[in-house]
Design a protein around this ligand. Sequence first.
Ligand code: SF4
Length: 336
Amino acid sequence: MSDVTTPILQVQDLKVEFHTESGVVQAVNGVSFDLYPGETLGIVGESGSGKSVTNLTLMGLIPQPPGRVRGGQVLYDGRNILGLTQRQWQEIRGKKIAMIFQDPMTALNPFLTVEEQLIEVTMLHMGLNRKEASQHAIELLKKVGIPGAEKRIRDYPHQFSGGMRQRVMIAMAISCQPDILIADEPTTALDVTIQAQILELMKSMQEEFGTAIIFITHDLGVVASVCDRVMVMYAGRKVEQTTTKQLFRQPRHPYTVGLLNSAPRWDQGDEDLQAIDGQPPDMLNLPAGCAFHPRCRFAEDACLNERPSLVSLSGDSPHEHACRLDITQPEESSKL
Ligand code: SF4
């Protein structure tokens, strides 16, 4: 396994914008974070918060135009991968950094058998011949728990159930033992039992290969069960980041508190859930000052004009947050 004290990925002041007919959307606005080998970093936020755009940028998948990476660096193994050519991306995408999508049909070709799709990746990236690649593909399907792998490998994606398709996609994503796996809401469409199996499978793959995982989700229950650290995003910016334990024990940003209060808990009924007031912001017309102020019950006059900067607290659980007030609520602890 690689040195776990040196980040495998460093995202520094990343800025990504989209040019639309109505104006320019700053989808990601100055986001920085590190990812270490073997850890799972959760990225949480409502739709439009910038979490998926951040991760598509890490895969070199932002369509340019209308998208544009306006600034920042993404260092993979110390090398800035922003601005690579498509040819250079092919060396990294799938081999070093792989992705699992919410809908496997986005990534799987419906017109090719699973075998054809799996062997294409390993022949390209690992230099295997067809026979070796086919054997490797069968081993992968067995590893992700697909019964009758030798036979099923010749099936098309639509012949698998939703949970099994997600396993096929995981097999494809781990086929070259990537350093980084980006999982974008990988279990949202699955029922709870299958969801638990897929999360368990990802965890065991991580333990075997030392893969670092970025887990994009809006589900704080999933965060609690799989993530080591969490970054919370709002309106294209990071508003909080710390260890998972610390986030649940002592959230420091009112938006995080809102997310925690609106998440189902094992010890209370749905009637106790408290939705966050208001709507996610219009990214074309972000509020002045703190972008969360129209929805924040702690907002005061200064919040309407001054954008809070990110404050870092060191200690056993380093904690960053972007709120001008101290709203710590220890009682939010471990109720999830
Ligand atoms: Fe709420 Fe003000 Fe903190 Fe923004 S800076 S989250 S508006 S208290």
